[in-house]
Design a protein around this ligand. Structure first.
Ligand code: ZN
Length: 710
């Protein structure tokens, strides 16, 4: 994934819409000695001086950064000159240097090496930064100048990138309501406030429902089929709930999914599964049915206020897909073959179940259980068999070698650059001719101060300022197995793909070649940003490439072909189910957000109709039912749940361009670098994609990869 820093650039700043009611605390007392965040950095490549940075330096730097940006904006607004691209749009883009630099460093630390002190600063800052962002985007005089420039854009001699910056800046203001009259602005504010309250409530209700049910088992017979580690986890959970000697399973996925996979007790699977899918629809205080419907209705009102027919039109206007019709076109092309595959899978699983002595139809609570048995029989492959072949350092060298073969890039370890933790390693990235490209930090091992998962971000984005090229500084963070005294870090195949994935985001930032920071590298729409990362997973998993980097850590012997074949075949396992389960949720998301009337609906009936329309089969339940679909009702993925598969279509189709020639074809690599990686967000993603591929993306490579097309 790619994690945006709290205030990366103008785009991020303008996207801030949620205000927090928390009280502002006075700035911390200034630290003794000079504050390195406020001065020039004399480190190699002007990298952050992590060795001299202290917690108490941040708040004063944030305050100074906000004050400086405020002043810069006041100067733009107060200008006596008529608004021009240079004195308004470009000038705004160039504001906030100190604030951005401070936020980037702060964001890196709060996610990868946080402390109580940093967390406190973060919480105190959230409302202050939100207000600072609002003050910019709701500044009427500033918007009037931007609008004046935009109104004459047809006659201005702008470069394509400047035109894009003007369009994006104008759009961000308009999308936040800057173009509305006072009465409508007031109405919008009211709608936004109610939406903020309802989304928060929706999330809290799901949490209450997740915690509100547990399956308590008291007899050993009830544990039939469960592996020892699952039983041990359930015993721990019971102890934590004051029920020592019993076993507890909850509705949290790490607890209930293994139960669905392994429990031989069909009656208990049914009980837990039914509790799982009725979250938020139990008629109690945490019922989300009316909340969801009210949110959907309010979103129609807001879209209409801002000049859009539906909420989906509003959201998608700012993406690669652009329209609901384009999203539906893509979903429909995948749905039909996915559903056919899922039906075939259901048929096989039912046969297996009937053979197992259970008569009748396959139920949703049987799917996981028999799928797991089938997996064992057909694709027997476990992480531990593969691990010795995936030594972390070898995998990293595999990723570096891929970038070298594709673009001639080299990676040289540097030990003279300050780091924020001893686990962090630093590499200088250079072109084949030795030209400096940028700096890449890697921070791969887990520790309590780091959040879970893996991500990539920039400490400094590539840009050209006052004619000078500013080179990027990027970091990749993971939580991979730590080396021990006896063994190096041995990771799973999935983790190897994750390493390549984050490296792909890093390359997007490293190879950026644009003028404006807010259009640099990974500053692209959500349905495009995962393409340059996911495409690298294709190299990670390609049999030819695996052979070059996956070697036994003790003997150096390359991974056997039989294991490579197993990895490939396992990729097809249960794909009909996974795709149908996910896509049904994408359709449901689109249905809730293409409503044209702001009236409330009966949530369950609405959902049933949505699923019936696409021919959903009874053996599979949509991945998220409406009352617990947090992606679209309490986090930022409304009319956006499709993005995951959209990006996958892109990466599969883009990689196909290499498969059609050769894995390291120089012409294709050059075109991919110049048309996609170098361009960042400086042009429409679809235009970039077409420049690379010569046409719009096709779904067939994805269908093949998932085993839907032979
Ligand atoms: Zn990613």
């Amino acid at each position: 994934m790619r994690m945006p820093a709290i205030l990366l650039a103008l785009t991020a700043l303008l996207a801030l819409t949620v205000s927090c009611a928390k009280k502002e605390t006075p700035p911390a007392a200034p630290a003794a000695g000079p504050n390195p965040l406020l001065g020039a950095w004399t480190t190699p490549f002007e990298t952050p001086p992590f060795d001299t940075l202290k917690e108490e330096h941040f708040r004063p730097a944030f305050d100074a950064g906000m004050a400086a940006q405020k002043k810069e904006i006041e100067a733009i607004v107060a200008s006596a000159e008529a608004p021009t691209f240079a004195n308004t749009v470009e000038a705004l883009e160039r504001t906030g240097v100190l604030l951005t630099r401070t936020s980037n460093v702060f964001g890196a630390l709060t996610s990868a090496n946080t402390t109580d002190g940093l967390q406190k600063i973060e919480a105190d800052l959230a409302p202050v930064l939100a207000k600072h962002g609002d003050d910019i985007v709701l500044n009427a005089a500033l918007f009037a100048r931007i609008k004046a420039v935009n109104d004459q854009k047809a006659h201005l001699p702008l470069t394509p990138e400047q035109a894009r910056l003007l369009e994006r800046t104008t759009k961000q203001f308009v999308r936040n309501g800057a173009a509305l009259d006072e009465a409508k602005k007031a109405e919008l504010r009211k709608v936004n406030e109610e939406l903020a309250v309802l989304s928060q409530k929706f999330g809290q209700n799901v949490l209450a429902e997740d915690n509100g049910f547990s399956l308590v088992l008291e007899n050993k017979d009830d544990l039939a089929g469960l592996p020892p580690d699952v039983v041990a986890g359930a015993a721990e959970a019971a102890k934590a709930k004051g029920q020592a000697g019993k076993w507890v399973f909850t509705l949290h996925k790490p607890s209930c999914i293994p139960f669905f996979q392994y429990s031989a007790r069909r009656d208990l699977r049914e009980k837990l599964f039914k509790a799982f899918i009725s979250r938020g629809a139990n008629g109690n205080a945490a019922d989300n049915r009316a909340v969801a419907s009210r949110i959907a209705a309010l979103r129609v009102t807001r879209a209409n206020l801002l000049g859009y027919k539906t909420h989906a039109d509003y959201v998608l206007d700012d993406t690669m897909a652009k329209t609901p019709a384009a999203v539906h076109k893509l979903l429909d092309q995948i749905w039909t073959p996915a559903l056919a595959t899922a039906k075939a899978e259901a048929h096989d699983l039912k046969a297996m179940m009937n053979k197992d002595g259970v008569a009748g139809e396959l139920q949703p609570w049987d799917w996981w259980y028999y799928a797991e048995k089938l997996k064992k029989a057909k694709y027997d492959l476990d992480d531990e068999t593969l691990r010795p072949y995936f030594e972390l350092e070898a995998v990293r060298q595999g990723a570096f070698a891929t970038a070298r073969k594709l673009w001639g890039l080299t990676f040289t370890k540097r030990t003279d650059i300050p780091v924020y933790h001893p686990d962090v390693e630093v590499f200088e990235v250079k072109e084949a001719d030795g030209t400096h490209v940028g700096i890449l930090y890697s921070d791969y091992y887990p520790r309590p101060s780091k959040r879970g998962g893996a991500w990539s971000n920039a400490l400094r984005s590539q840009q050209i300022r006052d004619g000078k090229k500013i080179t990027p500084i990027v970091y990749n963070v993971g939580n991979f197995t730590k080396p021990t005294a006896e063994k190096p870090s041995l990771i799973t195949f999935e983790e190897a793909q994750t390493l390549f994935h984050e490296f792909g985001h890093a390359l997007h930032d490293l190879l950026s070649n644009v003028t404006y920071e807010s259009l640099s590298g990974t500053n692209v729409p959500r349905d495009f940003v995962e393409m340059p990362s996911q495409i690298m997973e294709n190299w990670a998993g390609d049999p030819e490439v695996i052979k070059t980097y996956a070697k036994h850590y003790k003997t150096g012997e390359p991974i056997p072909q039989a294991l490579i074949d197993k990895i490939k075949n396992a990729g097809f396992f249960n794909q009909g189910f996974a795709t149908v389960e996910y896509m049904a949720a994408s359709y449901l998301d689109m249905d809730w957000h293409t409503l044209t009337e702001a009236t409330e609906r009966e949530t369950v009936a609405f959902e049933d109709a949505s699923l019936k329309k696409i021919g959903m089969i009874p053996e599979i339940v949509v991945r998220y039912r409406t009352p617990y679909f947090q992606h679209i009702f309490s986090s930022g993925y409304s009319a956006g749940y499709y993005s995951y598969i959209w990006s996958e279509v892109l990466d599969a189709d883009a990689f196909q361009a290499f498969k059609e020639t050769s894995l390291y074809d120089q012409k294709t690599a050059k075109s991919y670098r110049e048309n996609i990686l170098a361009k960042g967000g400086s042009e429409e993603p679809m235009a970039l994609y077409k420049a690379f591929r010569g046409r719009e993306p096709k779904v067939e490579p994805l269908l093949k990869r998932r085993g839907f097309l032979k």
